[in-house]
Design a protein around this ligand. Structure first.
Ligand SMILES: [Zn+2]
Length: 463
């Protein structure tokens, strides 16, 4: 008897751990089977001939800022941008929302806000701001995906960095709670010194930002974090790495058996210093966007697996906080609003770099490995998320690998300043399904009541 399903996606090439022609059958919000084309019946059907079926992207690093700074970005606007870009799960960072997620009540409040408004499934990072094990246990018991720490000023006063002498005890506390530590790795002392020097020269131009945070800032912080992780027996994840030079310390730590992974972001892979001069505050972020050789080095590291995954670090703000950086780059908010363009930007750049050897299925496979499978595995969400397989959540993106298009302002859904507006891409998200429900189709958000669900580490692995 042929398998029965609520929904069948027919005619696509499934790209997830290989590429093959299969119909994807969905039942009760999960993938029930992958079958030979035509060998099934279903209540409803989607014709996906000519398209790739990709696992929904798992964005390990966003700041949707609600509650507290919803006017910068909220769960409704942020998740609209996400589904338009093929993202079906986001992991939200413990800061820029208010209060920051440092204990259980704040965690509960954010979870509630997200459940009311999110179109995508979500997990929550907690904060690691000291060595207090009690607050970490509260966060762990609520299903936090991990805990985030800063080695330099976080940009908001309510989220303090870890001091040097707190590093090992705080990592020990996180390890004791079984939590992965995500680290913003820039060295505070070096940032202060370089910033004072650059500002002392009177510079306020966009390029002054990168000059105030040279690669050494990351090299020193990453090395220190890796050594502390080894001493404390902690698992760590370096977020938004920008400086290629800092990868050396990570490789050395891995050789010693330290459990460390590293992410970079589309803006470091897509832009370089001339873009910073052109777009200015829209591309201001920390660590900064660097030169073209650095960008090429990041690509090579991504291709050969030295960089594990790519996440958006979507961190928008009210537009006036960017505008005030036009005359003084130091005055602008630091953060790039890019959640909508992660998949198209990476696919476009990867096809361009493949040159004559281009095989779009291989490129798509590479992209979803770094954007969906790897983050899901590292964050304990695999195989519920990050793959197209029987039993997984039916988070599926139908993607046209040949479509060329340009992002216009009307179709950019973030509340922030989107530096990708006007940018041309190859490869377009045609349809996004979250647990079997269409949330985005042919350039339009499908307006249904939001049904994004909270997902904890444990749920992911148990599924
Ligand atoms: Zn961030």
């Amino acid at each position: 008897m042929s398998p029965r399903a609520d929904l069948a996606i027919r005619g696509a090439v499934v790209v997830s751990d290989g590429a093959y022609a299969r119909d994807v059958l969905i039942r009760g919000g999960r993938i029930s089977a992958l079958v030979e084309p035509g060998a099934s019946t279903a209540e409803d059907e989607i014709d996906a001939r000519g398209l790739l079926a990709l696992p929904g992207i798992v964005d390990a690093h966003v700041h949707f800022n609600e509650p507290g700074r919803t006017e910068w970005e909220g769960w409704a606007s942020g998740s609209r941008a996400a589904v338009a870009g093929g993202i079906t799960t986001v992991l939200d960072m413990p800061l820029n929302s208010l209060p920051p997620i440092l204990e259980g009540d704040a965690f509960d409040a954010k979870r509630l806000a997200a459940e009311r408004a999110s179109l995508v499934d979500f997990g929550l990072w907690g904060g690691l701001v000291d060595a207090d094990p009690m607050s970490l246990l509260e966060l762990r018991d609520r299903g936090a995906i991990g805990c985030k720490a800063f080695l330099c000023d976080s940009g908001v006063p309510e989220f303090p960095p870890l001091a040097d002498d707190e590093l090992v005890p705080a990592f020990r506390a996180a390890a004791g709670a079984g939590l992965l530590v995500a680290l913003h790795a820039e060295d505070e002392t070096l940032v202060r010194e370089a910033t004072a020097r650059v500002r002392g020269e009177g510079r306020r131009d966009p390029a002054a930002w990168a000059a105030s945070r040279p690669p050494l800032v990351e090299v020193r912080a990453v090395a220190r974090a890796c050594a502390a992780a080894r001493e404390a027996g902690a698992r760590i994840h370096i977020v938004h790495l920008s400086a290629v030079e800092a990868l050396g310390a990570i490789g050395a730590a891995r050789d010693l058996g330290t459990d460390v992974t590293v992410e970079t972001c589309p803006h470091y892979l897509e832009f370089e210093e001339s873009d910073m001069e052109r777009l200015g505050p829209a591309l201001k972020c920390a660590p900064p966007i660097r030169d073209a050789r650095n960008r090429d080095g990041l690509w090579r590291a991504l291709l050969d697996g030295k960089i594990d995954l790519v996440a958006s670090d979507h961190s928008p703000c009210a537009p006036d906080l960017k505008a005030r950086g036009q005359r003084d780059i130091f005055a602008a908010w630091g953060g790039v609003a890019g959640v909508q363009s992660v998949l198209p930007a990476l696919f476009t750049e990867a096809t361009r770099r493949a040159g004559d050897a281009l095989d779009v299925r291989k490129v798509a496979g590479f992209v979803v490995w770094r954007l969906a499978a790897k983050p899901a595995k590292r964050l304990g969400l695999w195989p519920r998320k990050g793959t197209i397989a029987a039993g997984s959540d039916a988070d599926v993106v139908l993607f046209d690998p040949d479509r060329e298009w340009t992002l216009d302002r009307e179709r950019s859904y973030t509340r922030g300043v989107d530096p990708y507006i006007g940018r041309s891409f190859r490869g377009r998200v045609i349809l996004t399904l979250v647990r079997g429900r269409v949330v985005y189709r042919d350039g339009e958000i499908v307006t249904n009541p939001p049904h994004g669900r909270f997902i904890s580490r444990e749920e992911g692995t148990a599924a």
